[in-house]
Write a protein that binds this ligand. Structure first.
Ligand code: GTP
Ligand code: MG
Length: 249
């Protein structure tokens, strides 16, 4: 088994409750309402992957080769990836924004089939020599939610979502990747499925994700991240901010 490595979220507080940062060989979920910061966290992770100061290897040994020229895949299902935001965050860290963009494969998925296919293709990207170390699916659930409406489609949707999560888990394990998924939670419960819908959706995702966060808005640029239901870490909360510079305390 390969040595776990970690990537800073940008916020020391958030890193602290994660025991150091986003962890490889696992899936970290960020759920929350619109504007809670899910996409910003995803962008910051791509930037931090290119910054040596934000990659942590604890006291253990990970070969230089393993983390040399790391690349990210950003599966964007909502069309919210913003190159200029990447550049802005990179400049705040004193690194070249173009380098981040060159090392981030952005795949725009218009439906759940494309989304799943992109995840499956990552294996090929790795085989052809790309050192993919970060995989983002932003958002994990929006295509599924749009396509599989009504109770009759629920079982099929959950099965497909489960397969997608299995592919992501395998990537994380086999290639020592960090996987980040986002999940929008509606401010109002779904009119048809009600609260139960979220519980079921959460069940499939919950079993596959190692670290689960619920984000909520605080005053101004403040956000609160609550870590819950994680097997090796206590439930905890961290406050971070989203500013021009990106994610930080
Ligand atoms: P949905 O995808 O709609 O569910 O929301 P989300 O959770 O992905 O929200 P996102 O990460 O897009 O966060 C949006 C918030 O981040 C905004 O409300 C802004 O406060 C902040 N933000 C986004 N872009 C910028 C930026 O370029 N500069 C600054 N200062 N803040 C930004
Ligand atoms: Mg978003």
């Amino acid at each position: 088994r390969k040595t776990v490595w970690r990537l800073s979220t940008g916020s020391d507080e958030l890193n602290r409750i994660l025991n150091g940062g986003l962890e490889s060989q696992s899936i970290t979920e960020f759920a929350g309402v619109f504007g809670s910061g899910k996409t910003q966290i995803a962008h910051q992770a791509c930037v931090n992957l290119q910054c040596e100061d934000t990659i942590f290897v604890d006291n253990e040994w990970v070969s230089d080769e393993e983390l040399a020229n790391p690349k990210a895949v950003y599966i964007d299902t909502e069309g919210t990836f913003r190159p200029e935001r990447i550049t802005q965050m990179a400049e705040a860290l004193g690194i070249d924004g173009q380098k981040v963009l060159d090392n981030t494969f952005v795949a725009r998925a218009y439906n759940s089939d494309m989304q799943m296919l992109f995840a499956e293709k990552i294996e090929e990207l790795i085989k052809s020599g790309n050192n993919i170390k970060l995989v983002i699916v932003d958002s994990l659930t929006s295509t599924f939610r749009n396509e599989y409406t009504g109770r009759g489609k629920l079982a099929e949707r959950q099965q497909k979502l489960g397969r997608h999560m299995a592919v992501l888990n395998k990537l994380a394990d086999l290639h020592n990747c960090i996987v980040v998924i986002t999940n929008q939670v509606s401010a109002r419960p779904d009119a048809f499925f009600g609260v139960a819908e979220q519980a079921i959706g959460g069940h499939i995702v919950g079993h596959a994700a190692t670290f689960r966060f619920f984000l909520r808005k605080g005053k101004g640029d403040k956000r609160v991240a609550k870590l819950y239901d994680s097997p090796h870490l206590p439930d905890a909360e961290a406050i971070f901010r989203i500013t021009e510079k990106g994610i930080h305390d």
